[in-house]
Design a protein around this ligand. Structure first.
Ligand code: BTN
Length: 322
């Protein structure tokens, strides 16, 4: 860890508190000059660090910049050989994760970004990803899975995001099959799961689990075409919760479910949070639109619907409208 990273980690762990230059130097076993240089570099990167004579340095609670240094101390799961890589801006964390895996097939970890210039949504759509208002992250997993397992991963991720939000706020998010997270009738999070084939074994060697949360309302509002549906976790800038805290909690909850995925025990919670059950939904198959009633979530995360003729059918892919 570089000196700058050490100073940042220390300040993040004491957010809102004043820490003297001497305490930093002693605690990190570095010189006062190194502390001063690191503080200046962090300020230049956008960290709001207040300095007061005789009091020292204070990382403002207003600062909400994603970093490995802020996320790692908040993790309750062992990272082992996994890494967290944070970007200010990137085309897409899913694309970056794929590039990293192309370079290093063994890579496991999380790519996070504050802004995406080419955020990717499901079914070839764009995911609106402005800076300062969202949390965009991709978990790189090595499950040696088939695509059935990918649905379990994606539904477990939806539960993990809900659990993380509920743990950190007083809000009660719900799920629209398959993995859209809704709050007060609006979509606040989308999940895009992509598989990378392992040519030798013919299985999916890597899964890229992309999670995009609309954290706070974007300054320039949402684009017109999604204004009727898009929502945010918070309205304006809040100082109660940072994106680092949410990222860490999503990682914690996801890995805790992921370790026990085969038991499917999380599916009961998924079903409780899935607000479309019992409702009339429409879905498309081979370009034809069908109406049906959503009746259940099966043990593989598929949506069971009752067609107008009473016949039951399981949908495993695509999207439904309510
Ligand atoms: C959807 O609702 O259509 C899925 C949206 C998924 C967005 C996330 S943001 C992080 C990751 N990187 C991407 O480019 N997309 C996913």
């Amino acid at each position: 860890m570089s000196t700058k990273q050490k100073v940042l980690q220390y300040l993040e762990q004491h957010r809102g508190e004043s820490v003297s230059g001497q305490e930093l130097a002693d605690g990190l076993a570095i010189s006062r000059t190194s502390v001063w240089k690191a503080i200046n570099t962090l300020k230049a990167e956008g960290y709001q660090i207040n300095a007061a004579t005789n009091k020292g340095y204070q990382l403002s609670v207003e600062t909400d910049l994603l970093s490995e240094e802020a996320i790692v101390p908040l993790l309750s799961v062992a990272l082992e050989n996994k890494r967290i890589i944070a970007y200010k801006t990137i085309d897409s964390t899913n694309l970056e994760a794929k590039r990293i895996v192309n370079e290093d097939a063994a890579f496991e970890g999380v790519v996070v970004a504050e802004e995406q210039t080419k955020g990717r949504g499901r079914l070839g759509r764009v995911f609106f990803s402005p800076s300062e208002s969202g949390l965009y992250m991709s978990l790189v997993l090595k499950p040696f899975a088939d695509m059935d397992n990918a649905t379990l991963i994606t539904t477990a991720a939806a539960v993990a995001v809900c659990q993380a939000i509920e743990q950190l706020t007083d809000k009660k998010p719900q799920i629209k099959w398959v993995n859209d997270i809704f709050l007060d009738g609006r979509k606040i999070c989308g999940i895009l799961t992509e598989g990378i084939m392992d040519m030798e074994s013919g299985t999916i060697g890597t899964i890229i689990l992309g999670i995009g949360v609309n954290f706070r309302h974007p300054e320039a509002d949402f684009p017109e075409e999604i204004q009727h549906i898009a929502g945010t976790l918070f309205e304006a800038k809040n100082t109660e919760l940072t994106r680092n805290q949410l990222a860490a909690e999503i990682i914690n909850h996801f890995y805790s479910l992921y370790g026990n995925l085969a038991s499917r025990s999380y599916l009961d919670e998924y079903r409780k949070r899935c607000f479309i059950l019992g409702q009339q939904v429409s879905f498309q198959e081979r370009k034809e639109t069908f109406q049906a009633q959503a009746v259940a979530i099966d043990d593989n995360g598929g949506l069971v619907v009752a067609m107008p003729n009473g016949e039951e059918k399981t949908i495993t892919f695509g999207e439904i409208s309510v």
